[in-house]
Each structure stands twice: as C-alpha cells, then as structure tokens.
Write a protein that binds this ligand. Sequence first.
Ligand SMILES: [Mg+2]
Length: 394
Amino acid sequence: MKIVALETIRPAVQPNLLFVRLHTDTGLTGLGEAFYGARAVEAYLHESLAEVLLGVSDPTPERVAGLLTGYVGYQGAGVETRGNGAVDIAVWDLLGQVSGLPLTDLLGGTVRDEVAIYNTCAGPGYISSSARQEARNWGVGSGERYEDLRAFLTDPAGLARDLWDQGIRGMKVWPFDTAAERTGGTEISQADLDQGLAVLAAVREEVGLGMRLMVELHGLWSRPAAERILVALAPYRPYWVEDPLRADATAAYARLARVEGVPIAAGETCVGRRGFMPLLDSGAVDVLTLDIQWTGGLTEARKIASLADAYAVPVAPHDCTGPATLATCVHFVCSQPNGLIQETVRAFLHTWYDALVTGLPEISGGVARPGRAPGHGVRLREDLPDAQRRTTRL
Ligand SMILES: [Mg+2]
C-alpha cells in the first residue's frame, strides 16, 4: 500500500477545522484533522509534508512518525505539530482499515467498554470566527437548543438540570475568563470572584455533588490571582480546575498545588512526552488533559499516557477540536489503563460534528462507547456543503 495523494478539506461551518485525507493506491483513505489556523496548516501540509509522504509504502504510525519530525517545529503545538498530528491520526485510521480492526484493538484492546463523559458548556458557534481563545470568539447564539455557554452564564441551574436529565454527570464552565481579560490575569476583584462563584453555587444547589464540576481557567491567570480563585473554589468541591496557569509555568504550578482540596488538570497545549515531563515532574497535576492532535498524534499520545501512568496520573483527553479526534479519543481512553473520563461538547455533537461526518462514537446516558468499525470509524459525508478542497498527488 502506497500513499498517492494528500487531500485537505476546510468546511465552511467551522473555519478552524481542517480535514486531512491520505489516499492510497489500494483505494483506502485515512482521515485525520487539525484544529486552529486551518489555512496555515493546509499550506504546511501541501508545501512541506506532501513531498515527504507521497510514495511512502506500507505507512505504519511509527514509521511515518519518524518522517514527520523536522529540524524545526517539534516543540509547541505550532503549525508543524498540528499538521503532523492530523497525518498521524490518518495513518492510524489507515492501519485500522488495512487490518479490519478498530483503534481500541490496535492499541491493545479495551480496558473498559465505556467511559464517562462530561459536557463542555460551549455553544455551536464557539471558537469559530478566529483562532483566538477569547470571549470575543465565544460565538454565543440565542435560542439554539444547545447554546450551553449562554446557559451557564445566565441559567446555570437550568443547564445543570438539563444535563442531569440527559444522564450527564460532568460539566465544564469558565465563568472567570472575562474578568481575566479585563486585568490581563494579574488580579481578580471580589465582585468578579463572587460572580463566577455564583455559577458554581447554582449548579451545586440544583443537582448537588453528584455532578462533576470542572472549572476552566484557560491559562489566563498570574499565580497569585489563580491561587485566590482556587482557594475560593474549594468549598464547591470542583472535580478539577483546569489550566489555572499556562502549562509551561511549572514552578508556579508546584506552588499552586499547595491549595487544599482542588485537583488541578492541565496539558491540552503540551506537546509530546518531553513537553509533558516538566509538568509531571512538578507533581502539581492531578489529571492530564492531553489533546491527541495538538500533541502530535495518537502515536505520541499513547506514550504520554504511559508516562503519566508511571507518575500515577490519569488522562482525560481534550475534545473541542473535531469529530475524528473525538472518535480517536474514545478509542484511546477506553484502551489506556489510566483513562479517566472523556470531554465532549453536546453543542458540537448535535450540530456541526453530525453535519460533517458519520461514524461518531455512541454517546448517551453520560457514557461514550468506542465503535467497532475499522480505524477510528469516522467518515466524511460525501456532500459537504461549501467545503474548500485542495489535493497534492504523487
Ligand atoms: Mg481546556
């Protein structure tokens, strides 16, 4: 089997998403994807990576991984890493199709048949107008069934009840981000603290402690301000507080971890085993929220999971980044001994994920189950509306 074409597809519905298809001379096609800066990743793939990939025979993940590492661009989740991650996922998908096995089997089989999910409370248009993680890019709509971002800001109790009634026992909110944007994260006022805490209080009052409550801080804070937030959050028993600081502030993480009763999750922007090592060495992180595509692909992600296991730290893969990645995540988390829980975004699942692909994992009653189709199982719908395509052939 030989790779004969690299095709990229940018769907209009989510301008940050880039699908990557590797075509082979057998007719099999592997699907991967990259999120953020889709045009830049597309240019890298066609102008730099295609010449490396086209003509490669029997592309196995480890063999291709050796080809993907360039002289520059291997540290940080930059364009090269995101493009490489998309290719890596596509190669795993090809391997699954050649062997007729789902990714879980290729990864050694299931440790668990299903995994608990939590809902990230975004709306369908979240992070779709630019490649910035900021309030201006929240894309908050009005009136949509799953506008969960507006809901957590305006009716957190109603949202918590709605999720609870769907069997979902985990929810993630980020009620402090606008305060961070106002001060550059240097400090938080009592009024801003109280406003964010009111969201958590409403959820706890409505559904109690049975709801896992994740508080996302998006790495926006200085250490003293983050410490103030964590101390204030402790009485609400968060399941974790995510990215209180940028992930490379490892010494500050070590100090922040002294706050009692608030587990810290981090890592979705870290790349590779060597990128995770300082965070694990800091001893500050209770959960690794690695992103399978941003970290360079599944080949690296499974090694990171093993590394985390050596530190007795569980992994909870990030999903805000596309349907093939989510499917890959579910196979991954169900096949890793330290797989904890899977992030999902119901607003995406029920809108643009479903509009773009078939073969998503079965998600209901608060759990996700990996499919039995070969590879990750996700296939593009053939009639994608308004999609920009570009192909480089052998
Ligand atoms: Mg996050």
